[in-house]
Ligand binder design. Structure first.
Ligand code: DGL
Length: 267
């Protein structure tokens, strides 16, 4: 049997990346790992993330021997991707804030970057903005609340447009925000709330994230064999791994099954 791929996040956010991967490559074995003991990453320091993520991924790679690792987390990728690549002897795909596609599609030339506080303050976002959105006003807002709300939604709680609206206002209330027409969802938790965010919008807004692009990158790296299996129907069952047992993990079981993750274990 071929080795699985490992999809990693602090919590359920990486499911917004796993979804497109499974649609494109249903024949892949999947291990979905969530560092719920370290959650949330977005309010942690750079030093904490840079130390924690490579060490944990090292343990996961040793245990599951994946053929490829996807860091399905903007916070971990923008801070720790180079450390992870240096530490691991396996291909690693990171998640890049979707500044480029947002700028490509913006007519008003005002775009928003909605991520965690840790992500939106990274120089990496400055570089992406300079390279791909040089003629745009790039507004940024860091939200821990949306991360919590996405976890709650997938645990079966009701989340409404009213719940997410203040976070969107974190962008639209900034100078020039009334002209913003594209929002890069630069935290993988946020596409899980895209319907609520769209319902909360008080001006024409489109949202873009990196999920589909990451799936294409994975398909490219794994080569034509993995691509061929995409045509063969029912996805293989995957497994979810958490770093701590708690009631929230139990509450996520149904949502995990919806993404083909039929069993859960604790690392
Ligand atoms: N899903 C993560 C991201 O893409 C971070 C969520 C968190 O742990 O704060 O940034």
């Amino acid at each position: 049997m071929t080795a699985p791929i490992l999809v990693f996040d602090s919590g359920v956010g990486g499911l917004s990346v796993l979804g497109p991967i499974r649609s494109l490559l249903p024949g892949l074995g999947i291990v979905y790992a969530a560092d719920n003991a370290g959650f949330p990453y977005g309010t942690r320091s750079e030093a904490e993330i840079a130390a924690r993520v490579p060490a944990l991924l090292g343990r996961l790679v040793e245990r599951f021997r994946p053929q490829l690792v996807v860091i399905a987390c903007n916070t971990a990728s923008t801070i720790a991707l180079s450390h992870v690549r240096a530490a691991l002897d396996v291909a690693v795909v990171g998640t890049v804030p979707a500044v480029k596609p947002a700028a490509e599609r913006s007519l008003s030339r005002v775009i928003g970057v909605l991520g965690t506080a840790a992500t939106v303050r990274q120089a990496y976002v400055d570089r992406l903005s300079a390279e791909f959105a040089g003629d745009c006003l790039v507004l940024r807002h860091g939200s821990a609340r949306l991360v919590t709300l996405a976890e709650a939604k997938l645990a079966g709680e009701t989340v409404t447009a009213e719940d997410v609206a203040p976070e969107l206002r974190g962008l639209t209330d900034q100078p020039g925000g009334d002209r913003m027409d594209m929002v890069a969802l630069a935290c993988t938790h946020f596409p899980l709330l895209q319907d609520e965010l769209a319902a909360a919008a008080t001006q024409p807004l489109a949202f873009v994230d990196g999920g589909a692009g990451i799936a294409r990158r994975v398909a490219h790296l794994l080569g034509p064999d993995a691509g061929q299996r995409a045509g063969q129907g029912v996805p293989l069952p995957g497994r979810a791994v958490f770093t701590r047992a708690d009631a929230h993990v139990d509450a996520l079981a149904r949502a995990l099954q919806g993404f083909g993750l039929d069993s859960t274990e604790i690392l």
